[in-house]
Design a protein around this ligand. Structure first.
Ligand SMILES: [Zn+2]
Length: 252
């Protein structure tokens, strides 16, 4: 590769690493490719025009040196882009770390939202949410936006986010747990799967009249959502969910 020649032609050279290659056409995967460099363009913008949404990026290296999103690309630059899970230790932080991950999920990710709530994670989800609202919540409340819409992820207000690759919900929860290194929280099975609020222990006598006869007969310990009132107990549904989560934790 003739770097002088590259400079003269006004192009930058780019190499995308790891699963960020999912966003590239096959001819550009796992190889160096050229991109016209207009001058005064930030590296964030340049990489997004190649197809990679900025929240997916974990590190940017130019000519062996770490840079942040504001770096102005110069002709002749050799740019390496790493996903969050592969960011070299020496790289600069592209966004402040999150103490406690909280999520907002795109429509069509309802099962994934329920699984995250089961693990105890605060996860906003509505099946009729608009893109602008999802992006605003992600930005203003410092939430991780989970979506299968890469254009939504490219909005500048979104800081934390991930394009969910898997389509089957059980695989999606494993993917998200791996990506954000999630483990069950102290509120595992204590968050309402329907509305995201916390649940609290409730006396059986107070809710007995709301239970089906078999539930009333076989169960004595109950929790109730403080917002929507949904009642939870450790029945067959709970056992199925607990098994599913154990499997997800093992696969992680
Ligand atoms: Zn609820």
């Amino acid at each position: 590769m003739n770097i002088i020649n590259v400079q003269e032609r006004g192009v930058a050279l780019i190499r995308i690493h790891g699963d960020l290659n999912d966003f590239l056409p096959p001819s550009r995967r796992e190889t160096w490719f050229e991109r016209p460099c207009k001058g005064y363009e930030t590296i964030k913008n340049l990489i997004e025009t190649c197809g990679v949404p900025h929240p997916e990026i974990g590190a940017l290296i130019v000519g062996g040196h770490p840079v942040n999103f504001d770096y102005p690309v110069q002709p002749g630059d050799m740019i390496e882009v790493f996903p969050i899970t592969m960011a070299p230790a020496s790289s600069v932080t592209l966004r402040p770390p999150l103490d406690e991950p909280r999520f907002v999920l795109d429509t069509h990710l309802g099962r994934l939202a329920a699984y995250l709530r089961m693990l105890g994670y605060d996860s906003l989800y509505w099946n009729n949410a608009h893109d602008a609202e999802l992006a605003r919540l992600a930005g203003e409340e410092r939430r991780i936006l989970l979506t299968r819409d890469r254009e939504l992820l490219k909005r500048s207000i979104v800081v934390y986010g991930s394009f969910v690759r898997e389509v089957i919900p059980v695989r999606q929860i494993v993917e998200v747990m791996r990506r954000f290194n999630l483990t069950p929280t102290s509120t595992v099975f204590q968050r309402c799967m329907r509305c995201n609020s916390l649940t609290t222990v409730v006396e059986k006598a107070d809710i007995e009249h709301l239970l089906e006869p078999r539930t009333r007969l076989y169960f004595d310990t109950f929790r109730r959502c403080i917002a929507c009132g949904k009642i939870y107990w450790q029945g067959s549904h709970y056992t199925r969910m607990a098994t599913l989560l154990e499997r997800a934790i093992r696969l992680k």
